[in-house]
Ligand binder design. Sequence first.
Ligand code: AMP
Length: 218
Amino acid sequence: MATYIVLLGPPGVGKGTQANRLSQQTGLAHISSGDLFRENIKNQTDLGKLAQTYMSKGDLVPDDVTIAMIKDRLRRPDCAAGAILDGFPRTPAQADALEAMLADFDGRVNVAPVISAPRNVLVERLSDRWTCRESGHIFNMKSNPPKVPGKCDLDGSELYQRDDDRADTVSKRIDIYMEQTTPLITYYRDHGKLVEINGLQSIEQVTQTLLDALKNKS
Ligand code: AMP
C-alpha cells in the first residue's frame, strides 16, 4: 500500500525543508502546492494567472482549483509509492477531498505531523528565507546559508526572496493558517494520525522525529 504523509504547520516552520529531506530519505515524491502554483505562475498558465491574484495578497487559492491541481499531480507515476504533501490540505474541505482521492487509489493518510514554532520565530525565518528559482530548494541566511552567497548549492541557480515573504504578507499568511488550517490539527488528531513536533529543534532532529513518527504510524 502507498504511503502518504501530510505535513502541517505554519508558513516558515520548515515544512519545505523537511519535505525535501524526507523525500531524499524515503524516495517518496515531494508535492508542494505552493511550488506547483509558482511553477504555473512562471509558465504563465491560466492556473498560474489565477493563483497569482490570491498568492500576492497572501490569501488562499480557492479550494476547487487547488484540489483539482493536487488530484492531477497525485495521478502521476512518481506518486505510485505515495507522497509527502507539503502545504496541502490547508482547509477542512481540502482534507475531505484528499480522503476521497486517496480512497480512489486504495490509500490513506498514514501520518500527519504538525511542526510548530512561535510566531516571532516564523516571521524572522521568513524574512531570512531565500529560495532557488529552479529547484525551489530553501535556504536561510542565518541558520542554513548557501555555500556560495546568492547561489543554490544543488544546481548553482539564482536564489530569490519570495514576494509573499514580505513582512505584511507574512503576518496575514500566519493569521490565515491560524484561522483556516489549524482545524486540521483536530481533524487528524481525531483520526489518530497527528504527531506534534517541536520546530525549534535542529533541522536534523526534526527530520529524525519525522522518520520515527512515520515508522510508528505506517
Ligand atoms: P506555500 O509555498 O505553501 O507557503 O504557499 C504559498 C501560497 O500558495 C499560499 O499563501 C497560498 O496563496 C497558495 N497555496 C499553497 N497551497 C495552498 C492550498 N493548499 N490551498 C490554497 N492556497 C494554497
